[in-house]
Design a protein around this ligand. Sequence first.
Ligand code: GAR
Length: 189
Amino acid sequence: MAIFASGAGSNAQNIIDHFRGHRSIKVGLIVCNKPGAGVTGIAEKENIPCLLIEKEVFFKGSAYVEELQKRRIDFIVLAGFLWKIPSALVLAYRGRIINIHPALLPKYGGKGMYGMHVHRAVIEAGETESGISIHYVDELYDHGQTIFQARCPIERTDTPESLAEKIHSLEHSNYPTIIEEVIDLQNQR
Ligand code: GAR
């Protein structure tokens, strides 16, 4: 699989740890759009090739489809990746790209809704719970079919930062196992 990430990469690290030594699933590539992002350091430390992608090529060119196929990538996991996936890539990997979103979709999704922006909006709206959504990726932001959701309560004393911690912990305990289940399901087809 390839992990697409733009930020610190705590989910990427957690997924790499989960699949280390796995009999049939391997993290073979990190794809990143931000030079210097934390996840590029993780790729280096873990000895995983890292592909830094350019906006022009991604959105107006090949969307890196051939590059991914050449590297024998069968499955794409988005883990804090902030660009919309172009339709050429969705088409080439339909049903084989999944994303994690740090809220209970369909609420708090869409353009601009990522990371702390999501947690701030959830707290400001006075929600009493939030959670994570893992879903297939289609041509629209945060829209494809839901695979899994998990919830956590929000206390009056919670801040966007404390909520982010709760969400990260939900993500870390669930994303790798859901990825494994989805890939196993694909392989049975
Ligand atoms: C995660 O919480 C992920 O759900 C979120 O970015 C964070 C990345 O953290 N993704 C989105 O907001 C996508 N809309 P990480 O870099 O520590 O894995």
